[in-house]
Design a protein around this ligand. Structure first.
Ligand SMILES: [Zn+2]
Length: 309
């Protein structure tokens, strides 16, 4: 079966200003690479138009209002110190969230077996009512709530392998027993959260903090714990917060993962969860700031989605 690739041209207009690491080229290098590869098993799809009701699954109404009214008509504005917005950011923000909806519907309707959403802005640092760390809406959290409300799933797993802790996602699901959240991340590091002591009200949160300098072997050994927790939870659907900034070439952090590790991590998630979710996996781009590493690692990530679907 096919793998969906959900993306939009509107990400080209989310201008974060000169020198910002969360730059326009991030999504273009990924998409141009996949276009060049011409893999017939990749099905390209545009984001769904997302309703406010769906966004409300993850965010307060007041916050959604604030976001909607914050986009400047020209120049730049900001939602937090790191989160810069420009006129084109509005469509990009809602398309990024709408892409996980298009991906989930595509999997549910059997258009494709699984999917990767190539989007920006990313989402996992944003919680119910606060933008942070380049993130405006929490795309993956909106997706998880959509799976629960629309498709009535009772066990949704979110695996976050971005090098930074997915603090916004953790906040949103801290008291939600329907969602298993597992995050591997450099620690201590931005945003400061993500210790093993943060477990969630129902023991549904598992943080795997890793010291700067962690290499492939050490990472994959630590990841065994994540796989064990996936098997215990028996997810009916798996979402991945796919950040590629744990790569050794990434300028924003100090883990030492290689391009090949992203194939291996993805393959292991698929193998561990297949029995429960029948391969129903939707992955969405979070970080990754070295363009070459981002292009190659996202390709290997999708290779595993194609191969083990
Ligand atoms: Zn990150």
């Amino acid at each position: 079966m096919k793998t969906g690739l959900i993306t939009s041209d509107t990400y080209q207009n989310h201008d974060t200003g000169p020198g910002h690491p969360e730059q326009i080229a991030r999504v273009s290098v990924i998409n141009e690479n996949f276009k060049k590869l011409k893999n017939k098993n990749i099905l390209w799809k545009k984001p769904s138009i997302i309703s406010e009701d769906i966004i409300k699954g993850a965010h307060d109404s007041k916050y959604i209002e604030l976001v909607k009214n914050s986009f400047p008509s020209k120049g730049f504005s900001s939602l937090d110190g790191d989160t810069i917005i420009s006129p084109g950011s509005k469509n990009a923000t809602f398309d990024a969230a709408g892409s996980i909806i298009a991906a989930i519907d595509g999997v549910q309707n059997k258009e494709f077996k699984n999917a990767f959403c190539s989007v920006r802005p990313p989402g996992h640092h944003c919680n119910q009512n606060k933008a942070a760390g380049f993130c405006i809406l929490n795309n993956v959290a909106i997706g998880a709530n959509y799976l629960i409300s629309k498709y009535k799933y009772k066990r949704v797993a979110i695996i976050d392998f971005d090098v930074h802790h997915g603090n916004g996602t953790q906040d949103i699901f801290y008291n939600n027993k329907n969602v298993l959240f597992i995050s591997t991340h450099q620690y201590p590091y931005y945003p400061g959260t993500g210790s093993e002591q943060e477990k969630g009200k129902f023991g549904n949160i598992f943080n795997i903090p890793l010291p700067a300098g962690t290499n492939s072997e050490e990472y994959l050994n630590a990841f065994e714990f994540a796989l064990k927790k996936i098997k215990e939870f028996k997810p009916e659907f798996v979402l991945i917060s796919a950040g590629f900034d744990g790569h050794e070439a990434d300028p924003l952090a100090q883990l030492k993962l290689t391009t090949e590790d992203y194939y291996e991590i993805t393959k292991r998630i698929l193998e561990a969860s297949k029995k429960f979710c029948n391969g129903k996996i939707v992955s969405i781009l979070e970080g990754g700031y070295d363009l070459e590493a981002l292009k190659d690692s996202s390709k290997r990530h999708v290779d595993a989605l194609l191969e083990f679907n």
